[in-house]
Design a protein around this ligand. Structure first.
Ligand SMILES: [Zn+2]
Ligand SMILES: [Zn+2]
Length: 122
């Protein structure tokens, strides 16, 4: 686990070989309406190009056992990144940049800017 030896106390590794994943194992299958929303907004005006996503099933990127909403990357274009947060039956789509945390070995946090909890490095 040399790769993650540089992580600080407020960071956790998304994937560690041969170890139970430290990342939250909760996933969501998006409702058709949410999926449609992700495809339609805000790319519909042709001003922004959807480069990546959305996938119908998303896995949370927070740390295993975290409190609060689950959060997963949903879709992005050059100018915009969309995320899905969910708790119970409630799902919301929001736009935010990536968290700017970068570990000393160059790993980037996979959570949105302003997220709660430890940084997800990987
Ligand atoms: Zn979660
Ligand atoms: Zn972060």
């Amino acid at each position: 686990m040399k790769v993650f030896a540089d992580l600080t106390a407020d960071e956790f590794p998304l994937n560690v070989p041969n170890v139970e994943a430290p990342v939250c194992q909760v996933s969501i299958e998006l409702a058709d309406a949410d999926l449609a929303e992700l495809v339609r907004l805000p790319w519909r005006h042709g001003q922004l190009r959807l480069d990546f996503g959305p996938e119908p099933i998303l896995q949370c990127s927070h740390e295993r056992g975290h409190t609060g909403e689950h959060v997963a990357f949903a879709a992005e274009g050059r100018e915009l990144t969309l995320w899905v947060a969910w708790a119970g039956e409630h799902t919301r789509i929001f736009a935010a940049g990536y968290c700017s945390r970068e570990s000393t070995s160059g790993h980037l946090c996979s959570l949105p800017n302003g997220h709660v909890g430890r940084h997800a490095m990987g």
